[in-house]
Design a protein around this ligand. Structure first.
Ligand code: PMV
Length: 324
């Protein structure tokens, strides 16, 4: 079952800080890698083995896609994660990026980050018909990643295309910042929320104005990050949340957690597709924000920015991961 050699890789989770949903319509968006990682221990095999058990290929489209992209026979994958799943923190994007690096290494293929980002995007697309490559590019590159940002603001990394769409992906210098992520405990798949916005936009001209405004403030937010101006960035995040609420992708639980965090934060907003999932608060008072979130029934975790992207791991013996 086991191939000759084994590779251990990891990739960070991500949070979208500005521009979710509007990015689907070509507006700028930005995501930051967080210090929670997904780990993959991989060897080549004659089928798909996941944490010691043989599984049919159709059960795991991300794994199948990465194998197919790299003409691998199959893999024996032990996966362990620090990223809460189904929380909007990029767990499947991090899985795809770290698996791509491992499989590429084992198959003696290019380990260029652009190639990994493309494999990971294809895996997400194959699995869920995703709308943009923001998650997968951020989990691959680490740090800060922007989509559709004008020349001169970020530094061009790669272009990702699918069907008639093309996204320009840039990297960004990101100062060290602390965020609290508050998970509502509600699972809300991305597809139906993207569809909800599409319908709203189709039937209501007002939705297009909101999306335009979201694009403008995302750019202002990027400039605030460049100036390391947390007050301005926080204020823009909170405005972005209000616009997302008007678009219909927030929910009571998210609004409760956002409002509870604001007295101790620079700003707060839902992150990712919304409808449940998680919110984020930019803060220097993580303890107070965590307590406020816990009191409203949310599940808080403190995360920090400036995390490295996908990488080979040499020693993960100190990690408490549920490898078998
Ligand atoms: O559900 P998440 O956290 O992976 O983010 C979805 C973000 C959207 O803009 C709604 C869709 C996309 O792929 O950009």
């Amino acid at each position: 079952m086991n191939g000759q050699s084994e590779v251990i890789t990891s990739a960070p989770g991500k949070m979208i800080i500005l521009g979710e949903h509007s990015v689907v319509y070509g507006k700028p968006a930005m995501a930051l890698a967080i210090n929670r990682r997904f780990y993959c221990k991989v060897s080549l095999a004659d089928g798909i083995y996941l944490n010691g058990r043989k599984v049919p290929a159709f059960i795991h489209p991300h794994i199948r896609s990465v194998i197919e992209s790299n003409d691998a026979p199959g893999i024996d994958l032990n996966a362990g994660t620090e990223i809460p799943t189904s929380s909007g923190l990029g767990s499947s994007a991090a899985l795809s990026a770290s698996m791509s690096l491992a499989v590429r290494k084992l198959m003696n293929r290019s380990t260029d980050l652009g190639d990994i980002a493309k494999d990971a995007f294809k895996a997400e697309w194959d699995a869920q018909g995703r709308a943009s490559p923001i998650d997968t590019s951020t989990c691959t590159r680490g740090g800060g990643v922007a989509l559709n940002c004008p020349v001169g603001i970020g530094k061009h990394l790669w272009t990702i295309s699918k069907n008639d769409k093309s996204w320009d992906v840039s990297e960004f210098e990101v100062p060290k910042m602390t965020f609290v992520v508050g998970h509502t405990g509600i699972k809300a798949p991305t597809g139906p929320l993207v569809e909800k916005v599409r319908k709203f936009k189709e039937h209501n001209g007002f939705a297009a104005d909101i999306i335009d405004e979201m694009g403008i403030i995302a750019l202002q937010g990027m400039n605030a990050i460049r100036r390391n101006d947390k007050e301005d960035l926080g204020e823009i995040m909170t405005r972005n949340h209000k616009l997302l609420s008007i678009l219909g992708v927030s929910c009571n639980e998210l609004n409760k957690l956002v409002n509870a965090s604001l007295p101790y934060s620079y700003g707060a907003k839902l992150t990712g597709s919304g409808g449940g999932g998680s919110m984020i608060a930019l803060t220097d008072r993580p303890k107070e924000v965590c307590e406020a979130i816990r009191l409203r029934g949310g599940n808080p975790i403190v995360v920090r920015t400036g995390e490295e992207g996908v990488r080979i791991e040499h020693d993960i013996s100190g990690k408490e991961l549920d490898f078998q």
